[in-house]
Design a protein around this ligand. Structure first.
Ligand SMILES: Cc1cc2nc3c(=O)[nH]c(=O)nc-3n(C[C@H](O)[C@H](O)[C@H](O)COP(=O)(O)O)c2cc1C
Length: 326
């Protein structure tokens, strides 16, 4: 991604944008969002690309993919290459895009948030998180919120873009995409990833952020992206997310006790785990979705309350969409 400082006249607002993406999906979304900011002479955008000291592979190998879950679940990422930032910079707004890895923020983004510079850069700063993942992001965002709190940052907004295909389809198409590098590896399923129309339409968030910056709204505590369908959570996935998070944590502890990332001693346990995981995916997820669809009328209020909670802070309302749909 182009690291650019807009400098036609003296910019009055400075925006920090973090960038990491393996397939380019999250970078594409980020580009759409920041384009209106980069085109504005009053706004200077600094894009900081995160580079793990030892790059994660893409496409992933079968074992390297699985081997990433213990450190994801235990929030123990490997270090990044040195950042171009010093910590002395003073940003008005931080845009923090991230992908979800094993129901947690991806390890490179986690490594940034645990970097000593993050506290200096983020303390007191308004942050907009932007998630692009398969469709399970609710508990990852809870972890993200805790890390932002540790840095003293103020979370103003959350945008969440997901694969629109049914859960039972993307549960298969996503790993095949990540292992093959091809979105349509499984021809009988819809292609993996966030759809092109949603990526294109992410521009509305940049337009709204640009207007909010001109009105100094980032200094307040109200969301800047309300009414733009920023985060439309699906609380019916929460049960599966909780079950999988628990299993990643427990098995992750065992695997971390057996060896470090990449060590062959982990492999037999990873094979055992993948068998357990496939059983979980083909039993717990559909059964929990089925039970929930049967009990939906009884639990409508409970799910409505959960949805409202996980849609926060930006919400899933659409009342301002007409202003920015061009
Ligand atoms: C190791 C790994 C684990 C992942 N786990 C999840 C997950 O738990 N939930 C989810 O919705 N997506 C998950 N994904 C999909 C990513 O969030 C993301 O959509 C995909 O990797 C493309 O991201 P990119 O922008 O880095 O290319 C996972 C991807 C990887 C590589």
């Amino acid at each position: 991604m182009n690291t650019s400082e807009v400098s036609t006249s003296r910019p009055t607002k400075r925006v920090l944008v973090l960038n990491y993406s393996q397939t380019g999906q999250l970078t594409e979304i980020t580009k759409r969002i920041i384009a209106p900011l980069q085109q504005d002479a009053g706004i200077a955008v600094h894009v900081e690309t995160l580079r793990p000291a030892k790059p994660f592979p893409f496409p992933w190998g079968f074992f390297s993919f699985l081997d990433a879950f213990p450190e994801s679940a235990h929030m123990a990422p490997p270090p990044l290459q040195p950042l171009s930032l010093t910590g002395g910079e003073d940003f008005d707004l931080v845009i923090l895009p991230y992908q979800v890895w094993f129901l947690a923020p991806s390890q490179p983004v986690m490594a940034f948030l645990k970097h000593p510079l993050a506290k200096k850069l983020l303390a007191g700063k308004p942050v907009v998180t932007v998630i692009a993942c398969r469709n399970m992001w609710m508990l990852a965002q809870e972890k993200m919120k805790a890390m932002l709190r540790d840095c003293g940052a103020r979370l103003l907004d959350n945008v969440a873009l997901v694969d629109p295909s049914p859960t039972m389809a993307s549960l298969w198409s996503t790993p095949f995409w990540l292992l093959s590098g091809k979105k349509d590896f499984l021809k009988f399923l819809p292609p993996a990833g966030v759809d092109a129309a949603s990526i294109e339409a992410a521009r509305r968030f940049g337009l709204a952020l640009r207007d909010a910056l001109h009105r100094d709204e980032e200094r307040g505590s109200a969301p800047l992206l309300a009414g733009l369908k920023a985060a439309d959570s699906n609380p019916h996935l929460l049960f599966s997310e909780k079950a999988a998070t628990r299993s990643f944590f427990v098995w992750g502890k065992l695997l971390r006790a057996v060896g470090g990332p990449g060590q062959w001693r982990r492999y037999p346990f990873l094979v055992l785990y993948v068998m357990f995981l496939i059983t979980l995916i083909s039993t717990v997820v559909p059964v929990s979705l089925l039970i929930q669809s049967l009990t939906r009328p009884l639990l409508r209020r409970r799910f409505a309350a959960l949805k409202q909670q996980f849609d926060l802070p930006s919400g899933s309302g659409t009342e301002r969409m007409h202003l920015y749909e061009h």
